[in-house]
Write a protein that binds this ligand. Structure first.
Ligand SMILES: NC(=O)c1ccc[n+]([C@@H]2O[C@H](COP(=O)([O-])OP(=O)(O)OC[C@H]3O[C@@H](n4cnc5c(N)ncnc54)[C@H](OP(=O)(O)O)[C@@H]3O)[C@@H](O)[C@H]2O)c1
Length: 158
């Protein structure tokens, strides 16, 4: 391809790239510190593994302070871990006191710390339940009880 045409296509591509927002997945402080000075668009969102056993207590506020939305994947710990997490005694007790489910408590805990969630489900009842998060609120003490469950226990690497 002639050089001038190639340059024009590159410029067009860059113009189009400037018009969209950036979403990142599995990015942590070190990677962001290296990447952000190289781009002139602040990414809109970073999606990382986040659940009560893997809370990212440093990474989440670091990203949020940059004005970037944090989204948590594996909110229930991911398949193979969900029964243990949903059956956690502390989470179950909080759920019982609000008349909601453990899944709802975990999702609400994320939302109250400003973390957007992407729970996976193929069950219509669960999907409905996972959306019903806005008529109860966790107290500061309940939030702290869930914070205390952190084990820095990552369940997957991508
Ligand atoms: N960016 C990345 O690198 C990355 C990596 C992994 C995953 N992800 C994304 O993260 C999202 C979630 O991942 P995931 O689905 O594997 O893990 P997850 O959301 O932690 O767990 C899903 C499991 O929880 C169950 N569940 C959902 N709602 C429930 C409820 N209300 N009560 C009881 N059980 C419930 C589901 O079963 P039912 O189907 O029976 O409801 C399913 O077995 C997906 O969109 C996935 O693509 C992203």
């Amino acid at each position: 391809m002639p050089g001038a045409l190639l340059q024009r296509r590159k410029r067009n591509l860059l113009r189009r790239i400037r018009a969209i927002s950036i979403g990142l997945s599995n990015w942590y402080i070190e990677e962001l510190e290296e990447f952000l000075p190289q781009v002139n668009i602040t990414p809109a969102l970073v999606q990382n593994e986040i659940h009560p056993y893997y809370q990212e207590p440093d990474v989440v506020p670091y990203i949020q302070k940059l004005g970037i939305t944090v989204q948590g994947w594996y909110p229930f710990g991911g398949r193979g871990h969900t029964l243990e997490l949903l059956g956690n005694e502390t989470i179950s007790a909080i759920a019982e006191s609000h008349g909601v489910t453990s899944a709802q408590v975990i999702l609400r805990w994320n939302l109250q710390r400003g973390v957007v969630v992407v729970p996976g489900s193929s069950n219509p009842d669960h999907i409905r339940e996972n959306l019903e998060l806005f008529d109860f609120e966790l107290t500061d003490e309940e939030m702290a009880q869930i914070v205390a469950l952190n084990r820095d226990e990552k369940h997957d690497w991508y």
